[in-house]
Design a protein around this ligand. Structure first.
Ligand code: SF4
Length: 484
């Protein structure tokens, strides 16, 4: 399994939102003026953001547009932009800029990389940045931070920023092209510094292979035990639809490569003693099992890298616990609840039972939430809203999308829990289950019925939530949560 760029970039976008914004983006949010963005980008090369900001403000006061810039002497420009790096050279570039734009581009700032590189002081990096930031067009601005960090992650193996740009054009999904520069510049300045990066407090440390890195030395041991660590954790939940079946489809390899701290499985459909040694003992994990009394039915299991303080089997309710539906691991500052919600079944024959289970589980979760953070994951067996399935109209009275089930989900969220995936993603077509019939998965005709939810008070601990739709082996795919 490759390094997951969507997961990592989602976590970083949340993380760097708290950092200072790089200067070019800062000017971009204050103005849409390509001229100012171009000039600020030229000034920003090899210059600290604070210095660039002050120099740009002085310059734009006297030269708010191209025509005004043309009236200012090179000497005066040098005074205005001092002390940005190479200010004399940059003053020369700015002095020549209006003339070149007039003679070659009809006084318009070009919106493509190649023509931009014909302007004085504009290299490929600057040109990409202007195209991306000023014109919101697909461009990947690769500076030393992007080049360095992408190689540290092993996402590319390149020797120069130009090689990195070309490699990323071939590989990086286009939705990240516009934002990758500002995200990694902020992250490279704040955490993944060129010298002695702060791996000790890095939110993506567990994803990062740290290729060629010498992390900063940390005095003392900041890692605590039993869940009291403040480090980022990765959780995963997957309805495997039969653990013995999914073993034949590479289950152990998938779990090992995804490398989550906690792995919640539903519908294991087996007793532990029916499972192979390699499933029972995955290196690095301890497994906790809660099988249904009925053989080959339901059942949940949780693998944990860290030893929990306690394990709760079921919700202490005689109507539910023989079905092996809920397994809770308690850690120092949170409960991890792995739940397999009942199916309302054809004709909604089991709706009453399902709603009773749901309400009892909610009461259980609310009790836990009074003590510490609660993470509830699993197959909820309901698509909450229209956006969560391909064919809402046709399924309005079917199990998994019946009004009673959706109303309960409303009630669950109103009671103080959050659907973490929708904290980050409002797009349709994001599913976790596909029928085995009609080639549904290949056509992405699916349902989002697997969730990671947290109690509202813990929303700030949620750093990312994804659907791993590329992971095969079951009719469901795994979902993940990054939790600090
Ligand atoms: S773990 Fe270290 S090297 Fe890797 S991204 Fe974080 S700070 Fe950079």
């Amino acid at each position: 399994m490759q390094f997951s760029i969507p997961e990592v970039l989602q976590i970083l976008s949340t993380e760097v939102a708290e950092y200072a914004v790089p200067i070019v983006d800062l000017i971009a949010v204050q103005t849409n003026d390509p001229y100012k963005i171009l000039v600020a980008t030229i000034l920003s090369a090899r210059t600290k953001d604070e210095t660039t900001a002050k120099a740009a403000a002085r310059l734009f006061k006297e030269a708010p547009n191209l025509a005004a810039l043309a009236e200012i002497s090179e000497e005066r420009l040098a005074k205005l932009i001092f002390p940005v790096g190479f200010y004399k050279n940059k003053a020369g570039f700015l002095a020549r800029l209006p003339g070149v734009l007039a003679s070659e581009f009809g006084n318009q700032i070009p919106d493509e990389v190649e023509p931009l590189t014909r302007l004085p002081g504009v290299g490929r990096k600057t040109a990409n940045l202007v195209v991306a930031v000023a014109f919101k067009k697909p461009a990947i601005c690769v500076d030393t931070h992007v080049h360095r960090i992408m190689n540290i992650w092993g996402y590319v193996e390149t020797k120069s920023p130009l090689e990195t740009e070309m490699a990323l054009r071939a590989k990086l999904p286009p939705q990240y092209w516009l934002t990758i520069n500002s995200t990694l510049v902020a992250f490279g300045q704040g955490t993944c510094k060129p010298v002695a990066p702060h791996c000790d407090r890095c939110v993506i440390a567990q994803y990062c292979p740290q290729i060629g890195v010498r992390p900063r030395k940390v005095v003392g041991n900041s890692k605590k035990t039993n869940g009291d660590t403040t480090a980022m954790r990765k959780f995963m939940s997957w309805n495997v639809n039969g653990l013995r079946a999914v073993e034949k489809k590479g289950f152990v390899k998938i779990i090992t490569e995804l490398n989550a701290d906690l792995v919640a499985l539903q519908e294991i459909k087996a007793l532990p003693e029916q499972l192979s040694e390699s499933i029972q003992n995955i290196p690095g994990y301890t497994a906790y099992w809660f099988s249904a009394q009925k053989k080959g039915y339901a059942g949940v299991a949780t693998y944990s890298k860290e030893q929990p303080l306690s394990v709760l089997y079921g919700i202490d309710h005689k109507d539910h616990d023989y079905e092996g539906r809920v397994l809770t691991l308690e850690f120092g500052d949170f409960f991890f609840v792995n739940a397999y919600f009942p199916n309302a079944q054809h004709g909604l024959l089991r709706m009453d039972y399902k709603l009773k289970f749901n309400n009892d589980l909610l009461a259980f979760a609310q009790t836990l939430a009074k003590q510490k953070s609660v993470v509830i994951c699993g197959d909820f067996n309901v698509a909450h809203k229209e956006i969560d399935l391909t064919n809402p109209k046709q399924n309005e009275k079917n199990p998994g999308y019946a009004p009673e089930e959706r109303a309960w989900m409303d009630q669950f969220l109103a009671a103080g829990f959050m659907d973490t995936f929708r904290m980050f993603n409002q797009e349709p077509g994001q599913y976790t289950w596909w029928s085995y019939r009609f080639n549904a998965r290949a056509r992405n005709i699916g349902w989002r019925i697997d969730y990671f939810c947290v109690d509202k008070k813990s929303a700030g601990r949620v750093k990312g939530a994804t659907i791993l739709s590329e992971v095969l082996g079951s009719d469901h795919c795994p979902v993940t949560l990054a939790f600090a």
